[in-house]
Design a protein around this ligand. Structure first.
Ligand SMILES: C[S@@+](CC[C@H](N)C(=O)[O-])C[C@H]1O[C@@H](n2cnc3c(N)ncnc32)[C@H](O)[C@@H]1O
Length: 305
């Protein structure tokens, strides 16, 4: 493992004043799932407020990302009380309006048995007639945007040791079918004792593939919605620097623990900055989620929820 630096800012990523323009080589992130009842109930006053945050992030990323480099968002449309909010379509529109090229979409398929909230499809079994079909959702999108043209000639000018370390493991690429636009990867299991409990963390394998495929060792990966710290942890393991923003001060100890597992093994520097605009969210959100869960378990939520 190489020497790397990791900066964690506990504060709102709508302001990325700590990051120099053009200094980021890759963005890997997953924004909050709007006001998703089982993750972020009531986090935003309105869907417009949520989209305004995405607009602010898009504007920042356009400045902070180096020319030709990529921003990868792992996200999904959100259903609240039967209404499906088109988060993916809106995010694509926002990023394109900010000046990015919409480069690719990879679908992250979770295991078939993944139905975390409710088996919506059970409605057909219960009623047995047409119009009762509500599919169970087992995927998320990885939306990939590019900030201008990448100069492929610049790769040839990179130091030989960096080029050597950057080589993609083609055997793994083939065996694990990275080449497809559908990646089958097990989600972070919602085990009560997990460090990431209640954080809607993405699997390390997604960050791993994106970082290996879209960045070079010693470069810097940014996550504007760091959550439990998955992006920084994987960047650290893969010899990349990282910068992460997380607004929730209650997640700082989780991020510290997640990163500390690797500090002993590698020559890394981790710096935390606590900003005045941080909030305390986790306990408040988790209490709301458990209140809602008890209502759902009493059968007050139908298949359209
Ligand atoms: C879906 S989670 C990210 C989970 C992360 N990918 C992981 O693996 O742990 C989104 C995170 O964004 C944070 N967040 C929401 N609004 C934010 C903002 N304005 N600035 C920074 N972080 C924010 C939330 O507190 C939450 O932890």
């Amino acid at each position: 493992m190489t020497d790397t630096k990791h900066l964690i800012i506990i504060g709102d990523s709508a302001n990325m004043g700590e990051v120099a323009d053009g200094s980021i080589h890759l963005v890997v992130t997953s924004p909050p799932y709007f006001n998703s009842p089982f993750d972020y109930p009531g986090l935003f006053e309105s869907y417009k407020d949520f989209l305004d945050l995405l607009r602010a992030i898009a504007k920042q990323l356009r400045m902070k990302l180096a020319t030709g480099r990529l921003a990868c968002f792992i996200t999904q449309d959100v259903r609240i009380e039967g209404k499906l909010y088109p988060v993916c379509a809106d995010l694509i529109k926002i990023m394109v309006e900010a000046g990015f090229k919409y480069r690719d979409k990879i679908t992250w398929k979770k295991p078939d048995g993944y139905t975390r909230i409710s088996r919506r499809s059970g409605s057909v079994v219960k009623h047995g007639y047409p119009m009762y079909f509500y599919p169970d959702n087992i995927f998320e999108e990885i939306l990939i945007f590019q900030n201008g043209k990448f100069n492929y000639k610049s790769i040839k000018k990179m130091p030989l040791d960096i080029l050597e370390k950057s080589k993609i493991d083609i055997q793994r690429f083939n065996e694990e079918r990275w080449f497809l636009s559908v990646w089958e990867i097990t989600n972070v299991l919602p085990v009560p004792t997990r460090l990431e409990k209640g954080i809607a963390a993405f699997p390390e394998e997604i960050a791993r593939r994106l970082i290996l495929l879209y960045s070079f060792p010693s470069e810097t990966v940014l996550d504007p919605f760091l959550g439990s710290g998955t992006t920084s942890k994987v960047a650290m393991i893969l010899g990349r620097n990282s910068i992460g923003y997380e607004i929730d001060a209650e997640l700082k100890p989780i991020i510290e623990r997640k990163l500390s597992q690797y500090l002993l093994e590698s020559k890394t520097e981790v710096e935390f900055i606590e900003r005045g605009d941080m909030k305390r969210l986790r306990t408040f959100l988790q209490e709301k989620v458990s209140r809602r869960r008890s209502v759902t378990q009493k059968g007050k939520c139908n298949a359209a929820c």
